[in-house]
Write a protein that binds this ligand. Sequence first.
Ligand SMILES: Nc1ncnc2c1ncn2[C@@H]1O[C@H](COP(=O)(O)OP(=O)(O)OP(=O)(O)O)[C@@H](O)[C@H]1O
Length: 587
Amino acid sequence: MDQTPTMTALRRLLPYLKPVRGRLIVSGVAVLCSMICGLTIPLVLQQILDGPVARKETGPLPWLIIAVAVLGAVEALMFYVRRKLVAGPSTLIEARMRADIFAHLQRLPISFHDRWQSGQLLSRAVSDLSTLRRFIAFAGIFLIVNTLTLALGLAVLFFLAPVLGVITLICAAPLVFISTQYESKYATLTRRSQDQVGDLATVVEESVLGIRVLKAFGRGPHLAKRFAAQARELRGTELAKIRLLALLWGAIIMLPELGIAAQLLFGSLGVANGSLTVGTLVAGVTVATYLRWPTDSIGWLLAETNQAATAAARYWEVRDAEVTITDPLRPEELPADGVGAVRFEGVRFAHAGSDREILSGVDIDLRPGETVALVGSTGSGKSTLTMLVPRLADVTGGRVTVDGVDVRDLRLADLRSVVAMAFEEPVLFSASVRENVALGAEDVTDEQVREALRVAQAEEFVDRLPWGLDTRIGEEGLSLSGGQRQRLALARAVVGKPKVLVLDDPLSALDVHTEAEVERALRSVLSTVTALVVAHRPSTVRLADRVALLDEGRIAAIGTHEQLLKTSAAYRDQLSTLDDEPAEVAS
Ligand SMILES: Nc1ncnc2c1ncn2[C@@H]1O[C@H](COP(=O)(O)OP(=O)(O)OP(=O)(O)O)[C@@H](O)[C@H]1O
């Protein structure tokens, strides 16, 4: 995966900052004001020491003391204002960026999701964005303000006595060199640690989703060991970061201390020979002491900036991923009297970056209302072919049409309102039964949900659930049986009353009893639509009007089951490899 240069990644956040720039600028100005107040206090101190104290006159003293108190109060107030002002914008930016990456993930093609680990996406949408929020609210502002304060402080020192300014400058110069040396090393470590967090999130997610497999095979301890090893790697990276930061901090803290010592040495000599007043020396040392926070914080601020830049780069890597399946520039309309005829015409398909064509000229003509079962050896491309109808992937040659219109010429929303799909693995979301079914179409009424459940033979078991339609089903619907989940997935597929249904092996992995229930549901569902059904079992083949045999990227035979049994040796061979006995099918 290409890595976006980190600082460019940070700059690209500007459009998100734009709507709230007013408040961000005001909060920056507030911090600057508080810093200016802090830097003015030593100047008043100089006036007190060289004026009333040196001359032993107490007259102007109260006013000068009040000035110090007011400056201190304004400094504190401005800090408070910054904190108040910055909270809203930074959380707003985080929320917007999070919503945008989520929306983008929905648009990205399946091929993207096949390539990317879910934990990497999770860490980018959650922890990287929190890092960015912290940067915008705090480190980003202080990076600018502290740099200005350092420049201003230096100017004050030069104003007080050039020698004090020069000493501070000489002591600060090595910091620039050390910081640049450290920056690139720290950036590499930061990137590594943030990627490792993503890898860890992937392991946690996969092991939670696959907990049944892991338990059944007793692989929990093995995975726990692997996880611990990855966690140790992350710890190693974090320790390397801390060691590097410790070195930088050491240098950053030592250099200003040396500066203050040098100021005291040369300043005292100056006072002794009369070239400096005591007030100037005390004010100079106070300014240098005040500059310690802006100086000390540089290491931490650079670390935060690095972290934020890496987080931004990781964010943009996902946002820059190309949405390859989009609405056409000039969309066509489906005919109003469309009946759901589907044609595959010379369809070819190869995965991006792969030379191997999985489909190399598939022709199938699905007549309106007909069910065609697709059989073929494992890996022959059956699932791939089904994905081309609702454009989960696009053909690389030929075309797929619905009612005579190339699916690529239709708006995605229009296409997906007439074509519905159910998959081998019926994914259910942690939401109510109603929400899970209504996911299949927009603005669905309860009556429509019930009708879909009836068609999918699911109404009875849903009514037996503790809260009926409102029952929340667990993540991935794990609390339901396989057959119940399949029937809910079928209800979701039919709720929008599609004209075309594409089913990727809906009877796989079901026991005999459950299979019969889902088969009944399927018969009822298929009677109303044109359907392409991937079949791994003779029982699924039985549901079809015709069967197409996919072999070596082409349709090797197509016809009714009985015709093919008589005429196609390849079909008979294929059936003998299916899960049930061919004899059972023939009956
Ligand atoms: N991202 C990818 N890049 C390259 N090849 C891929 C990719 N994804 C899948 N394939 C290959 O595409 C081929 C077709 O896969 P597909 O899932 O369509 O087969 P299938 O007939 O549905 O198999 P099964 O019956 O086992 O479900 C397989 O050989 C698979 O290895």
